[in-house]
Design a binder for this molecule. Structure first.
Ligand code: TXA
Ligand code: MG
Length: 327
């Protein structure tokens, strides 16, 4: 495993030398580099095996001005930043020339977020540059919520991961952009749609699977096309847990459920939140999926979670990780 470090000075040293480092955020761990270093950015794409047409998020320190990186910033962007920063909100805005095309995949916009994680904020404060960082998982794999998981993914490929504990939110940031006065949600995430709407009124959800014309308009976040966040075990979204288990008596089955426990012995189970709390469920989601993936099962099954508040974001990730059962 690559080294897990506590010292932000060491992380800062690596980053100043164009190296890339695993960093904690309140959502998931990131794979970070100097936003002004072509060498560091290239390493991020290589190590993550990420296609270069999928742009990166720029992470900024508290108090950093948006106008250094972006222009033509709409009022709703300021309202949302005021309400949710530092926090798990990413704003897509017209970019300034200081932002290299390599970061934005040659798009005219840049994605920016001010993370709410004390250790990461201390690191950003020490550095003379913001950090670009995708989630610290290899392309299409589950996003990591612990330093250990990052170290396992990138053993021998990165010098260090900064230990920042288990990520509080456990699910990626909500990505929001703007178009002619409309507020667009590019990716559901740790801030529920209902909370955005309290600040800016009605928002438009972009749905990559259902509305191909939005992709043609360039409105979809490129990363949202893929089967994503996927375990390597066959994962199936079923209508009925018990029914599937009874129909597959000789298979090793793992269940990922919201509150309920399946009443079958010999079944491996991960209950996301016994009390039915969405925050707890999203905090535990990826780690639970990862444990099931490592349990040598034939199938992982789920019925999803209630489709409201953070539950919508959780279901969005589950829908990318699980295939629907054909009746
Ligand atoms: O919570 C998070 O957002 C985490 C932590 C590490 O900050 N980061 C993260 O990054 O999830 P990543 O690279 O795994 O996902 C970023 C998403 C991608 O789907 C990408 O397509 C989209 O942001 N994105 C980046 N720049 C964009 C832009 N200019 N326009 C539209 N989408 C953009
Ligand atoms: Mg990602």
């Amino acid at each position: 495993m690559c080294s897990i470090i506590d010292d932000i000075e060491i992380a800062a040293d690596w980053l100043c030398k164009d190296e890339i480092v695993g960093i904690p955020t309140e959502t998931v761990y990131g794979l970070a580099g100097n936003m002004f270093s072509e060498q560091a950015i290239t390493k991020i794409f290589t190590v993550k095996q990420r296609p270069t047409f999928n742009p990166l998020i720029v992470h900024i320190a508290k108090g950093e001005s948006l106008t250094r990186l972006a222009h033509s910033i709409p009022t709703q962007a300021y309202q949302l930043a005021e309400a949710f920063w530092p926090g798990p909100l990413t704003l897509v805005l017209p970019k300034n020339p200081t932002v290299m095309p390599l970061i934005t995949a040659h798009k005219p916009t840049v994605a920016i977020r001010m993370p709410a994680h004390d250790l990461l904020q201390n690191l950003l404060n020490r550095l003379p540059f913001p950090l670009v960082a995708p989630s610290a998982n290899p392309f299409t794999r589950i996003s990591p919520t612990s330093a250990r998981q990052v170290a396992q993914y990138f053993d021998g490929q990165i010098p260090a991961v900064l230990e920042g504990g288990n990520c509080e939110k456990g699910i990626e940031s909500t990505i929001v952009g703007f178009d002619n006065g409309r507020t667009l949600v590019y990716r559901l995430g740790a801030i529920p749609v209902e909370s955005l709407e309290k600040v800016v009124g009605k928002v438009t959800l972009l749905n990559p699977s259902k509305q191909a014309h939005q992709a043609q308009e360039g409105l979809i976040a490129p990363g949202m096309f893929y089967k994503h966040y996927a375990p390597t075990t066959t994962a199936i979204w079923v209508d009925n847990l018990q029914g599937f288990i009874e129909a597959h008596p000789h298979k090793r089955i793992g269940v990922l459920s919201f509150q309920e426990t399946a009443s079958m012995t010999g079944i491996t189970q991960e209950v996301l939140s016994a009390t039915g709390n969405f925050n707890e469920a999203s905090h535990r989601l990826y780690a639970a999926l990862d444990r099931l993936d490592k349990a040598q099962l034939d199938y992982i099954i789920t019925t999803g979670v209630p489709d409201q508040q953070l539950g919508r974001s959780i279901n969005d990730r589950l829908a990318r990780a699980f295939q629907r059962q054909h009746p």
